[in-house]
Ligand binder design. Structure first.
Ligand code: DC
Length: 222
């Protein structure tokens, strides 16, 4: 068993918000694995590379170097030396990340990087395959979910707040499509680990979800 909290779940379930809060409370390092796939997706978008299969991605991967650093507790993702945190949070990059992450060679590379990050520190890591593949020995495993409607509405509210134009029905469809891709892909599909505890955040506040996970961690002695 390793002293880690693994949080998996579909897009928009609140994983990163919750994980950041938990990391601050427990003084663990927060590792956002989605950001790593997003960095590779950004490379594909900027270089017109369709992420079709292992072969085309093998060539691209030779030119891609994704590294992680921490600045004042915040995770910074570097793509070939450039800090890309400001570029990877768009819906376009998220959708591309979902396609890129279905490719075996990409996963191999990213899983190795994630395992290395967890080797020397206590982490809270969120993603799709953390409890099942990346950290199967994590002491605490959470499967955080919420209904498609609620997840789409949360994204919608986020965009409206940022002044980004969007349409709720389109967001709902994109989230449902992303769920489908992430859950049905051949390599490490999103699924609940057998020993994960399901937390449905649909009708819970952030504070309630944090409290629930802290209770689960406490019961496991973490
Ligand atoms: O969590 P996110 O929205 O930043 O993730 C973007 C995409 O990356 C998501 O659609 C699936 C993929 N992903 C993955 O396959 N495995 C992970 N551990 C994290 C993300």
């Amino acid at each position: 068993m390793i002293r880690a909290i693994a949080i998996d779940g579909p897009a928009g379930a609140g994983k990163s918000t919750i994980a950041k809060r938990l990391a601050a409370i427990k003084n663990f390092v927060y590792v956002d694995t989605g950001a790593m796939y997003r960095a590779i997706a950004l490379y594909c978008i900027e270089n017109d590379i369709p992420p079709v299969d292992d072969e085309c991605m093998s060539q691209a991967l030779e030119k891609i170097n994704v590294t992680i650093d921490y600045l004042d507790g915040e995770q910074i993702v570097f793509l070939n030396g450039e800090n890309v945190n400001g570029k990877i949070r768009t819906q376009q990059v998220g959708n591309m990340a979902s396609s890129v992450s279905a490719i075996g060679k990409v996963r191999e590379r990213m899983v190795a990087l994630q395992q290395e990050l967890a080797r020397t520190r206590s982490v809270i890591m969120d993603g799709r395959d953390i409890g099942t593949v990346v950290l199967p020995d994590a002491l605490v495993k959470i499967y955080l979910t919420a209904s498609v409607e609620i997840r789409a509405k949360r994204r919608y509210d986020e965009y409206v707040e940022k002044g980004v134009e969007c349409d709720l029905e389109t967001l709902k469809k994109e989230i449902a499509d992303r769920d489908h891709r992430d859950m049905t892909r051949e390599h490490s599909p999103l699924r609940q680990a057998e020993d994960a505890v399901v937390v449905d955040s649909s009708y819970m506040t952030i504070d309630e979800v944090v409290a629930e996970i802290l209770k689960i961690a406490d019961e496991k002695g973490l």
